[in-house]
Design a protein around this ligand. Structure first.
Ligand SMILES: [Zn+2]
Length: 161
């Protein structure tokens, strides 16, 4: 028997105000994206924004459906838009935020496993790590360079690609 231990690394900032201009702008785009969230069931709005190498910003918000599994997270709405429309313009960073009137979000909302797996796929495809910035208006900001900090056991099999 062998014991293994995995450590993850991320930075924590007190607020978005501590980030550089470029990341603050991306966080503002994620906040703006929440306006188009369609979340009448969870009342949990999520906004995501991707900064591409060209400088272009892509926004996504969670889109729910009365047939629950038919909805999609904000991150994947943005990521699949990127994959469909801008696949040759690498993703540099992704900011994700959330808000609900039901309770306070005192900690950043982390992406679900499915969104992390999709981001991992695109990191492999573009051969470049994506900076991930997670925050809410009442929480610190978590910043990680690359998806493996949040999904160390992501699924990938080179022989399938
Ligand atoms: Zn998700």
């Amino acid at each position: 028997m062998t014991n293994h231990e995995i450590k993850i690394a991320f930075k924590e900032y007190t607020s978005v105000a501590e980030l550089d201009n470029s990341d603050r702008e991306l966080c503002a785009a994620a906040v703006e994206a929440m306006k188009n969230s369609h979340s009448p069931y969870s009342k949990f709005r999520v906004g995501a924004a991707l900064r591409l190498q060209s400088g272009k910003i892509i926004q996504g918000s969670n889109q729910e459906n009365v047939a629950y599994p038919s909805g999609l997270c904000a991150e994947r709405v943005a990521l699949f838009h990127w994959g469909s429309n801008h696949p040759d313009d690498p993703i540099i960073s992704m900011a994700v935020t959330a808000h609900t009137d039901e309770f306070e979000l005192k900690r950043p909302v982390t992406s679900c496993g499915s969104c992390l797996q999709v981001l991992a796929e695109y990191e492999k495809k573009q051969q470049q790590a994506v900076k991930v910035i997670l925050f809410t208006d009442k929480s610190p900001v978590w910043v990680a360079n690359g998806i493996e900090s949040f999904l160390p056991f992501l699924f990938f099999e080179d022989r399938l690609s």
